[in-house]
Design a protein around this ligand. Structure first.
Ligand code: CAA
Ligand code: NAD
Length: 317
């Protein structure tokens, strides 16, 4: 459990009014969306002793999310307790015991200190979700989105000004248990105290924060998406095969994955949502040819080849 305030500072009572000073302790986390990102965020928070509720629209999605977490934790356990299977099982069970599953978002956020949304990359769906959550979450809760590309301020658009002050971006990277960075995205409306609490919390879960303004793609995706799209266009122009482009970037530039392995890992639907959104009306990116649609990407998504998560993408898994 992490407390963002010093031991000597008085804890703020839970209640309907907003705090304007220090943030009360962050111990109860609700993660909405049990896909690859949400389950990873839930896993990391539970590993750091938080009580976590993972929410999705269907029980089936939650069961899949739980299986992702168990599989990932087993990898960690095998390294931590090599040769001791009982200790490995105990390690996994202890962390998983802090994770509850729910299909009822309003109920799941009613006691949360921090709510992190990791659902489909669609502005309207995210806005509607937060409008619903804001009726049920404690007034002092921090609300955060893990969006890859949507303006945080726009996701919070339907909320009142007090909620907007406690709304930020917390952008994790895939695979969450392994990737160290979390971008903490500060909107114009966000309270500095909320940003500070989020930064401290990110450190407390063993990650490294990078604070940035609410601009399309923040830091990492603003650089990564042009790279991915340029790789797809190299393939469309038949400059080289996907395998050779991947090999080139791994062996020639030292990247851990080639661009097509990375696209498949992120999810081709997510990449399409990102570039289409920016090309259509991204602040300052509208019409930018770097984000023009790609026939190849569109075809793969249409065929349901979404990458690793669907078993097929640029490659078969
Ligand atoms: N859970 C737990 N541990 C994991 C894991 C998981 N899901 N995935 C990998 N690991 C661990 C492994 O156990 C291993 O640990 P040790 O080194 O301690 O043994 C380590 O990570 C390396 O794993 P592997 O040996 O299996 O494979 P690898 O060396 O190829 O690394 C990788 C895998 C970490 C994913 C690496 O390929 C990599 O860093 N790829 C790039 C990932 C990346 O760029 N992510 C960002 C995507 S963009 C994004 O997320 C933002 C967005 O909005 C779209
Ligand atoms: P995913 O497709 O694996 O999972 C999304 C989950 O959200 C699904 O389980 C779906 O059932 C659930 N969902 C959809 N609508 C919902 C709703 N209204 N309420 C509750 N659950 C709902 O997607 P993902 O890759 O985990 O991405 C989730 C978010 O994280 C997106 O905004 C994405 O842009 C962002 N993100 C993705 C990556 C990545 O590499 N994939 C990295 C960082 C951020």
């Amino acid at each position: 459990m992490y407390s963002a305030i010093s031991k000597s500072a008085p804890l703020l009572a839970r209640g309907p009014s907003f705090s304007t000073t220090a943030m009360a302790s962050i111990s109860r986390i609700t993660v909405i969306g049990g896909g690859q990102m949400g389950s990873g965020i839930a896993q990391v928070a539970a590993t750091h002793k938080h009580e976590v509720t993972l929410v999705d629209v269907s029980q089936e999605a939650l069961d899949r999310g739980k299986a992702y977490m168990a599989k990932s934790l087993k990898r960690v356990a095998k390294k931590k307790h090599a040769e001791d299977e009982a200790a490995q099982s105990q390690f996994v069970a202890e962390i998983m015991s802090r994770v509850s599953l729910s299909t009822k978002p309003q109920e799941a956020v009613s006691r949360a200190d921090l709510v992190i949304e990791a659902i489909v990359e669609n502005l309207k769906v995210k806005q509607d979700l937060f409008a619903q959550l804001s009726k049920a979450a404690p007034q002092q809760a921090i609300l955060a989105s893990n969006t890859s590309s949507l303006p945080i301020g726009k996701i919070a658009e339907l909320l009142d000004s007090q909620r907007k002050q406690r709304f930020i971006g917390l952008h994790f990277f895939n695979p969450v248990p392994q990737m160290k960075l979390v971008e903490v995205v500060r909107t114009k409306e966000a309270d500095q105290e909320v940003v500070d609490s989020a930064v401290a919390w990110v450190k407390a879960i063993g990650k490294a924060p990078a604070v940035c303004k609410d601009t399309p793609g923040f830091i990492v995706n603003r650089l990564l998406l042009p790279y991915m799209m340029e790789a797809i266009r190299l393939l469309e122009r038949d400059v080289a095969s996907a395998q050779d482009i991947d090999t080139a970037m791994k062996l020639g530039a030292g990247y851990p994955m080639g661009p097509f392995e990375l696209c498949d890992y992120v999810g081709l639907d997510t990449i399409k949502f990102i570039v289409d959104g920016w090309h259509k009306d991204g602040e300052g990116l509208k019409g930018n040819p770097l984000f023009a649609s790609s026939t190849k990407l569109d075809e793969l998504v249409k065929q349901g080849r979404l990458g690793v998560k669907s078993g097929k993408g640029f490659y078969d898994y």
